[in-house]
Design a protein around this ligand. Sequence first.
Ligand code: ATP
Length: 170
Amino acid sequence: MTRVALTGTPGTGKTTVGEIVAERTGVDVIHLNDAIREEELYTERDAERDSLVTDLDAVEEWLGEWDGVLESHLAHHFDADIAVVLRCHPEELERRLRERGESEAKARENAESEALDVVLAETVERFGGDTIYEIDTTDRDPEDVATDVVAAIEGESEPRVGVVDFIEYL
Ligand SMILES: Nc1ncnc2c1ncn2[C@@H]1O[C@H](COP(=O)(O)OP(=O)(O)OP(=O)(O)O)[C@@H](O)[C@H]1O
C-alpha cells in the first residue's frame, strides 16, 4: 500500500467518499480533522473562527511511516505517493454546506475558495501534475466518486489535473 492524500475544499465529499473507500477496499483511512482534535495536534484554538490551528509538524511526526488514505482539506500538506483532489461546483458546494448546517458566510467563503482552485493550486505546488487525480463530484453519487478514487489508488486510471473551470461563479 501507498499513502494517498484525499483532499479538497470542505464539502466536496472527502469524509463521505473516504468511508466508502475504506468499506470497499479495507484500506486504512484517517479522518485527519478528527485526529487533530483527539490527539491534540494543534498549536492553539482560534476563538474567532471557532477552529483549531493545526500543528503541521506534530501531524507529520504522528503520521510517521503510516500508509493508507489521509482524508482532510489539509491532507495535501503532507507527504504522499498520490493526491486525490475532489472538486464540486461552487453553487452545489454552497448548498451542501448550508444543508450540513454551516453559516451562510462559511458556505460562501468555501465556495469562493473552490471557484479559485485554491486547494488544487496548493496540491499542484507540492506534488507537481503527475501524481494528482482531480475528480469532479458535481451531480454525482458518492458511490460513483468512490469508484474513481479506488481506481486511482489501484493505479487503474491516469493522473489528471484541470478537469473543471468554476471561475464564472465569482
Ligand atoms: N458526491 C456527493 N453528492 C452529493 N452530496 C454529497 C456528495 N458527497 C458528499 N455529499 C454531501 O455533502 C456534505 C459534505 O460532505 P462531507 O462531509 O463528506 O465533505 P468533506 O469534504 O469531508 O467536508 P469537510 O472537509 O468539512 O470534512 C454531506 O452532507 C454529504 O452528504
